[in-house]
Design a protein around this ligand. Structure first.
Ligand code: FES
Ligand code: FE2
Length: 385
């Protein structure tokens, strides 16, 4: 992040603390409960977000070498992402052209070919079918039976995939002006530490919502991360449909005593970037975490959330590994053990019919921006706010 931006953000934080306030939206935002319960909205989301919109897939370091691959069905469409022989990523529908079995599962490395487990149709890293029995399939040609390519893009150490064929992914357009800032983190040199996959009985958007304000930190997380962060101070900026939510550590107040040109804003912050529509890139002071969230089938009250931790360099001592393990453990204790149980209650509460909408206060601007962006992308009428 440019130092001028770091200074500007630090000043905003210090000003909010001085005035005992935080970033405020123009108005209260009323979010319809149907956002989380409507089958019709769920169907639109699966079509317009999880099929047609490019989705953040992961970091480049998860597939560093030619022959590395990851198969993933989380969007509802089976996809296979591979680093091909030329070092570039390819993505395909993970659907064998014979009778449709998945040609790869999970993730791994060192592949030179993918052999379908059903009848051994064999594809190269570019998705080309290698051979076809002339006796069994007269008149058919390998060239016509390649795996179906889907758009993939890799920029600034991040990967995006679109689950249906056609078109290109415009990363700059997707990032809405965040590209230079994301590039400055040099994520292409990071290392993957660990991923956890969590199945929850709640709408997929509650996973994102829980990160989009930190007003609740002083209460819900008082035993975990409460002591670390300045209570109820956020700085928020929108970048197209994405957002940047700054969560200052209490230690940021020390910067008042230091000259501006020495301010290290990043050391004293967590930063939640929303990667619209279903992912987060989270700076945690000395490393990054990512979250992705997906609906499960057509059930609006089931989701799969995936959390991953990435380190600036590969851990090369037990001390470092313990440090990252403690970080991952704190993440799970905070989000899985404290946030998600409340989200499950919220989802059950939606069914109680207590109210037609939930309310995002002016001090929760990132939530209104996120849900406003979702409604726009889904072609739904804006919520009154
Ligand atoms: S379905 Fe793949 S080889 Fe038959
Ligand atoms: Fe939380």
């Amino acid at each position: 992040m440019e130092h001028a931006t770091q200074v500007a953000l630090t000043r905003r934080v210090l000003d909010f603390v001085d005035r005992n306030t935080t970033e405020l939206a123009d108005a209260v935002y009323f979010n319809p409960v149907s956002t989380y319960t409507s089958l019709e909205q769920g169907e639109r989301e699966r079509e317009l977000l999880f099929k047609r919109h490019p989705l953040f897939f992961g970091l480049s370091c998860e597939l560093p070498k030619s022959g590395d691959y990851r198969a993933d069905d989380l969007s509802g469409v089976p996809v296979l992402v591979v680093r091909a022989g030329d070092g570039k990523l390819r993505a395909f529908l993970n659907v064998c052209r014979h009778r449709g079995a998945k040609v790869a599962a999970g993730s791994g490395s060192g592949k030179r070919i993918f052999v379908c487990p059903y009848h051994a149709f064999t594809y190269d890293l570019d998705g080309r079918l290698i051979r076809l029995s002339a006796e069994g399939f007269p008149g058919l040609a390998c060239e016509d039976l390649s795996l179906v390519p889907i758009p993939v893009a890799e920029r600034h150490g991040l990967i995006w995939v679109q689950s249906i064929p056609g078109g290109d992914i415009d990363v700059d357009g997707l990032l809405g002006g965040l590209a230079p800032e994301i590039a400055s983190y040099k994520l292409d040199s990071y290392s993957h530490y660990k991923t956890a996959t969590l199945a929850k009985d709640m709408n997929w958007k509650l996973v994102i919502d829980t990160f989009l304000e930190t007003w609740h930190v002083a209460t819900l997380h008082r035993e975990t991360v409460g002591p670390i962060f300045q209570p109820n101070v956020n700085v928020f900026d929108a970048f197209g449909s994405n957002g940047r939510l700054v969560i200052p550590r209490r230690s940021m107040l020390q910067l008042k005593e230091e000259p501006e040109n020495a301010w290290d804003f990043l050391k004293h912050s967590a930063i939640v970037y929303t990667l619209f529509p279903n992912a987060l890139l989270v700076w945690q002071g000395d490393h990054f975490e990512t979250w992705r969230s997906f609906p499960v089938g057509n059930d609006t009250a089931k989701c799969i959330a995936e959390a991953a931790l990435f380190t600036p360099t590969p851990p090369d001592s037990d001390k470092e590994r313990r440090h990252w393990e403690r970080n991952f453990d704190l993440l799970m204790r905070t989000v899985d053990a404290e946030d998600f149980p409340v989200c499950l209650d919220i989802q059950r509460g939606f069914g109680a019919g207590a109210q037609p909408h939930i309310t995002f206060g002016r001090n929760e601007p990132a939530l209104g921006h996120y849900h406003g962006s979702l409604r726009k992308t889904l072609g739904l009428t804006p919520s009154s706010g």
